[in-house]
Design a binder for this molecule. Structure first.
Ligand code: V47
Ligand code: SF4
Length: 447
C-alpha cells in the first residue's frame, strides 16, 4: 500500500490500540506514584510544573505527532480524535471506498452507486476532500468572466429548458453582431479574461454569423478567451456548414474560438434523452464532438444535468463515460454538475434540487472523476452559499463573476446575475481556502 501521508483504517485502528495501551500504562504508573507522594502544597506545585514541562516538551517533540488521514494529530488526542473522525465520517459502506481512495485506486460502478446511495454527507465530503486536497491543495479558483446567450430561438425544445423559444413566440430574441460587440465593449474597463457563449439552435442564423461573432469579439477585445458553443451547437454548425465536425472546429478556431463550454451533455442515458430532450444529439455524438475538439487541442468542459428523472445508476454511467473519454485525450478542463431548475419548464411538477443533493453530486463527481483536475459548482444554479460549502466537499472552483446569465434565470434561478470579484474572494477566504484568479485554461493570474 502506498503511504501518501494518510493512514489506512487498519493502521489507524492499530495506532488507537497502541496509544490506548500506552495511555493505560502511563495512568497506572502515575497513580502508583501519586499514592506514594505526600499531599503537601509544595509537592503539588512541583508536580504541576513538571506536568507543564512534560506537556510542553511532548508538544514540541515531533515523535508525539502522527499523521492521520492527512492531518497531523497529537498522540495524546489520538484515540478521541480518531474515534470522532471514524464515527463522524465513515460507516461500513464507505470504509472500503476510503481504503481505495487512500491507495489512489480507481472507483468502480458499484462504488459510485454506493456513494450516491449513501446519506452520510459528511463521509462523502470527507472522502472527496481527501482527493480535492491531493489534486488542488488549498487552492480555490475563480475567473473574471462574462456570459452572453446570443439567441434563445431553438429548434430542439428540450422539456427541461425554460430559456428556449420558437421563432415568433413572445420573448424570442436574437442578438445582432453589433449587440454582441456592444456587450463586450461595455465592459472593457473590467479585467474580464473570458467570454462564455451559449445559445439555441436557430435556423435563421447563417453559419457566417458564428464565425463573424467570434472575429468581432476578438476585434473589440483581442486578448479575451472565447469559450463558446456546446457540443450540441458545434454539431449543428457542422451540419449547416456542410462540413465535418473537425473542419468546422478548425474554422471556428481560426476565427477566435478558444474552448467549448460543457453543456448539452445532460444525462447520457438514451432513456432519459428520449424523455427530456428527444431532439438533442445522442450521447455518442456529444462525446465524439468533444473528443474531436480535444484531438485538435481545443479544451472543453463537461457537465451533467441532475435532479430530474435520472436514476442514480444513470448518473454513475454518465460520470464513468466522461472518465473513459478523459482517459483517451485528457482534454476536459473541469466538470460541472448542473442542478435542474424546473420553473417555467415542461417539467415544472418536479421539485428543485436540495442542498444535500447538490453537495452529494459535487462529492461523488470528485471521487469518480479521478482524471479531472477540477470540479466546479455553478453558483448561479446552486447559490453562492452552496458553492462556498462545496469547497470542502470536493470542489475547487467557484466559476466567476458571470454577468448576465439567462438559461437558469428563465427557469426560476433566484441568484443574482453577477457576483463581484470581491465577493468571490471573500467567500473563498471564509471557507479557509486560498483564492486563485485563473484564466480559462487554469493558468493562475498574477495573485
Ligand atoms: O445543456 C438548461 C442546462 C446547459 C436548464 O461549461 C439547465 O462552465 C438547469 O452549457 N435547469 C447550457 N440547467 C449551459 C452550459 C453551461 C452552464 C454552466 C457552466 C458551463 C461551463 C456551461 O444548461 C444545457 C442544460 O444542461 N440547462 N435548462 C434548467 N432548467
Ligand atoms: Fe435548445 Fe439548449 Fe434549451 Fe435544449 S437546452 S432547448 S438545445 S437551448
Amino acid at each position: 500500500m502506498k503511504d501518501k501521508g494518510m493512514t489506512s483504517l487498519k493502521a489507524v485502528k492499530e495506532l488507537i490500540m497502541e496509544s490506548t495501551e500506552s495511555k493505560e500504562s502511563t495512568e497506572s504508573l502515575e497513580s502508583t506514584e501519586s499514592k506514594e507522594s505526600t499531599e503537601s502544597l509544595e509537592s503539588k506545585e512541583s508536580k504541576e510544573s513538571t506536568e507543564f514541562k512534560e506537556s510542553t516538551e511532548s508538544k514540541e517533540s515531533t515523535e508525539s505527532m502522527k499523521s492521520i488521514m492527512g492531518r497531523s494529530v497529537a498522540v495524546n488526542r489520538f484515540p478521541a480524535m480518531v474515534q470522532e473522525m471514524l464515527g463522524l465520517f465513515l460507516d461500513s459502506d464507505l470504509e472500503p471506498i476510503y481504503e481505495k481512495v487512500v491507495r489512489e485506486e480507481r472507483l468502480s460502478f458499484e462504488d459510485g452507486l454506493t456513494l450516491f446511495r449513501s446519506n452520510n454527507l459528511l463521509g462523502l465530503g470527507f472522502l472527496a476532500n481527501l482527493v480535492r486536497e491531493r489534486i488542488n491543495g488549498n487552492d480555490a479558483y475563480y475567473i473574471y468572466n462574462q456570459h452572453i446567450n446570443y439567441t434563445n430561438i431553438c429548434k430542439n425544445g428540450c422539456r427541461f429548458c425554460a430559456f428556449s423559444r420558437k421563432e415568433g413566440e413572445q420573448g424570442a430574441y436574437v442578438m445582432s453582431l453589433d449587440e454582441v460587440a456592444k456587450k463586450v465593449r461595455a465592459r472593457l474597463n473590467e479585467p474580464i479574461t473570458e467570454v462564455h457563449i451559449v445559445g439555441g439552435l436557430n435556423d435563421n442564423l447563417p453559419y457566417t454569423y458564428y464565425l463573424d461573432m467570434l472575429s468581432t469579439i476578438k476585434e473589440v477585445r483581442p486578448s479575451i478567451h472565447i469559450q463558446a458553443f456546446t457540443a450540441v451547437e458545434i454539431f449543428y454548425l457542422a451540419e449547416i456548414s456542410g462540413q465535418s465536425v473537425e473542419e468546422t472546429l478548425l474554422e471556428l478556431k481560426d476565427a477566435g474560438l478558444g474552448s467549448l463550454p460543457g453543456g448539452g451533455a445532460e444525462v447520457f442515458s438514451p432513456r432519459v434523452r428520449q424523455a427530456v430532450c428527444p431532439k438533442k444529439i445522442p450521447a455518442k455524438e456529444w462525446l465524439e464532438t468533444m473528443k474531436t475538439a480535444h484531438s485538435l487541442g481545443i479544451r472543453t468542459n463537461a457537465t451533467m444535468l441532475y435532479g430530474h428523472i435520472e436514476t442514480l445508476k444513470e448518473r454513475v454511467d454518465h460520470l464513468l463515460a466522461l472518465r473513459e473519454a478523459q482517459d483517451e485525450w485528457g482534454g476536459f478542463l473541469t466538470f460541472i454538475p448542473l442542478a435542474f431548475h424546473p420553473q417555467n419548464t415542461r417539467m415544472d411538477s418536479l421539485k428543485k434540487t436540495s442542498g444535500f443533493d447538490d453537495l452529494k453530486n459535487i462529492a461523488v463527481s470528485r471521487l469518480l472523476l479521478d482524471n479531472f483536475d477540477h470540479i466546479k459548482p455553478f453558483w448561479i444554479m446552486v447559490t453562492p452559499k452552496i458553492a462556498q460549502i462545496a469547497l470542502s466537499f470536493g470542489a475547487d472552483d467557484m466559476d466567476g463573476t458571470v454577468i448576465e446569465e439567462r438559461i437558469t434565470h428563465m427557469a426560476g434561478g433566484e441568484t443574482a446575475q453577477v457576483l463581484p470579484q470581491s465577493d468571490l474572494i471573500r467567500l473563498i477566504k471564509e471557507a479557509g481556502r486560498c483564492p486563485r484568479q485563473r484564466d480559462t485554461l487554469y493558468n493562475v493570474m498574477g495573485n
